[in-house]
Design a protein around this ligand. Structure first.
Ligand code: NAD
Length: 249
């Protein structure tokens, strides 16, 4: 049976061609879901959605803007009548060191990666409560666990660690409403945010330090999101799934 048959899934940051969000939208659609793709540019979001199939929709949404989150959610509810799955995937990084973080970049990184998770969850959860069910998966990172990745700065690590705490708090608060909240913590995944910025030699060196000897791909993170979105994980909430090739062993 299809894992998300008849479900409606909203995915933030899902219009970028090589990104984890779009790979997730495609995988979810192949498992029977109807997807609402949210991204900064409405045209790009619509294009990404309709390329998957005519029943899917794209909406402009800057997740750091509370009104935009409320509006995109209302539009998706108007189109589909419900939201069963929320994937808080949107994120940005900036490869700087602690002493280089200025107040504006701190705000920018925290706003998108952490505040965005709060705002979109606040917009969607009342609908899940009314339905009596829901599954939310949030994007953290190995950067939260190791105190820094290859490309994220310390503010990125802080934001992604904040996502873990926020998600666990929401899992506790909304468990009684049958809303599950979990996180994924990817290692180095080949997308524009990451390997697009690395030389081939850097990639070879990094791969050698990972037990599975390679970088990950977007579909492999999408697989973890699919597990968390579906009823396969019905008794899992407040959990964190590492998708990192063994980087932390
Ligand atoms: P990506 O840059 O391809 O995708 C990020 C998407 O988020 C883009 O479509 C972008 O337009 C969108 N976005 C950016 N700011 C936004 C905002 N304010 N509102 C809405 N959308 C916004 O990169 P990706 O690797 O697919 O990243 C997806 C998520 O995975 C991010 O949260 C990232 O931090 C996280 N992550 C990535 C890796 C990796 O190695 N690629 C590792 C761990 C975590």
């Amino acid at each position: 049976a299809l894992l998300l048959d008849g479900k409606v899934a909203m995915i933030s940051g899902a219009a970028s061609a090589r990104g984890i969000g779009l790979a997730t939208a495609r995988l979810f659609a192949s498992h029977g879901a109807t997807v609402a793709i949210l991204d900064l540019d409405e045209g790009a979001a619509i294009e990404a959605a309709t390329a998957i199939g005519p029943q899917h929709r794209g909406y402009a949404c800057n997740v750091a803007d509370k009104d935009a989150c409320l509006q995109a959610t209302e539009r998706a509810i108007a189109d589909f009548g419900r939201i069963d799955v929320l994937i808080n995937n949107a994120g940005i990084t900036q490869p700087v060191k602690t002493l280089e973080i200025d107040p504006a970049s701190w705000d920018r990184i925290l706003d998108v990666n952490l505040r965005g998770v709060l705002y979109l969850s606040q917009a969607v959860i009342p609908h899940m409560q009314a339905q009596g069910s829901g599954s939310i998966a949030c994007m953290s990172s190995v950067s939260a666990q190791r105190g820094g990745g290859i490309l994220g700065g310390p503010h990125y690590s802080a934001a992604k660690a904040g996502v873990l705490g926020l998600a666990k708090a929401m899992a506790r608060e909304f468990g009684p409403s049958n809303i599950r909240v979990n996180c994924v913590t990817p290692g180095l995944i080949q997308t524009d945010i990451s390997s697009g910025k690395l030389s081939d030699q850097q990639k070879t060196e990094i791969a050698a330090s990972i037990p599975l000897n390679r970088l990950g791909n977007a579909e492999e993170v999408a697989g973890a999101y699919l597990f968390l979105a579906s009823n396969l994980s019905a008794y899992i909430t407040g959990a964190v799934i590492d998708v990192n090739g063994g980087m932390l062993i």
